[in-house]
Design a protein. Structure first.
Length: 279
């Protein structure tokens, strides 16, 4: 899967709930069939079988819009997850708790030439984010807050007001910068308060402005808010196009509507136009 087709809203679906697969795929830009945290230990085997069975249905999920999250390298479930994936057509794999480029290599050794979304959600994974992003086969990085804080011995990634603690913000930025340096896609973490649409909107708006390419979610009701955040308004698109048109007649830095415009500002405008063309 090319990262460009992931779309803005990625929806996690527990792999042991096959009755939800089609609906999740229909609602989201990309569905993530989750063999890891969304599935209780006792249901892991059933989840893997459901994943395999889904590939045999009369109308299977589109592999180009489907990601499978597998358990981390070194866990007892990893080899079993890979065995199940090999029996399907799914070729984009999210590797939970990726901590090194060697983890990515181990996944590709088990599954062949798959596209990898590396989930940096531990202290080591965040620290190694640059090397992970540069590993062969990696098309995107995602970060996770709660597992990260747990790996540090903490108890919560957010303050009582709902904002991220400083360590979570640093990890978010570090993963985004690593992905940007490597030229791969970035996915912002899930927003777990399903009822707090305003909080989700604020966080999704910030993800767009900061440079994330997508945001993951855990409930279909969050998809519309995420899509709206990633879709530029008509006024934003019109302004960006007018700015780029004006730049065609200028040399170097110039002034437009009272503001200085240089190449970084033009790149911002090109990003707005590009998002408008995709969404």
């Amino acid at each position: 899967m090319s990262a460009s087709v992931l779309g803005p809203a990625l929806l996690f679906c527990p792999a042991d709930r096959p009755e939800r697969y089609a609906k999740a795929a229909d609602r989201a830009d990309t569905v993530i069939l989750d063999l890891e945290d969304a599935v209780a230990p006792a249901a892991k085997a059933a989840a893997r079988q459901a994943l395999v069975d889904s590939a045999l249905e009369e109308t299977p999920l589109d592999p180009s819009r489907t990601v499978v999250r597998v358990n981390g390298v070194g866990t007892p479930e990893f080899a079993l997850d890979c065995e199940a994936v090999r029996r399907t057509a799914y070729r984009t794999i999210m590797l939970a708790k990726t901590e090194s480029a060697a983890d990515v290599a181990a996944l590709r050794e088990a599954l062949g030439d798959v596209s990898v979304i590396a989930l940096c959600e531990t202290a080591r994974g965040v620290v190694e984010a640059v090397a992970i992003a540069l590993a062969e086969g990696v098309v995107a990085l995602m970060w996770g807050a709660e597992d990260l804080v747990a790996s540090l011995g903490g108890t919560s990634s957010r303050t009582a007001s709902g904002s991220y603690r400083a360590v979570a913000l640093q990890a978010r930025s570090q993963v985004l910068l690593a992905a940007g340096a490597a030229g791969v896609h970035t996915i912002d973490a899930v927003y777990v308060d399903i009822e707090d649409t305003a909080g989700l909107k604020e966080e999704a708006d910030d993800a767009v402005a900061s440079g994330f390419g997508s945001k993951a979610c855990i409930h279909p009701g969050q998809i519309a808010t995420i899509r709206a955040a990633f879709a530029p308004t008509d006024d934003e698109v019109e302004h960006a196009r007018a700015l780029l048109a004006a730049a065609e007649h200028e040399r170097g830095v110039f002034t437009y509507e009272g503001r200085m415009v240089d190449e970084p500002i033009l790149r911002h405008a090109r990003s707005v136009v590009a998002r408008a063309g995709v969404l």
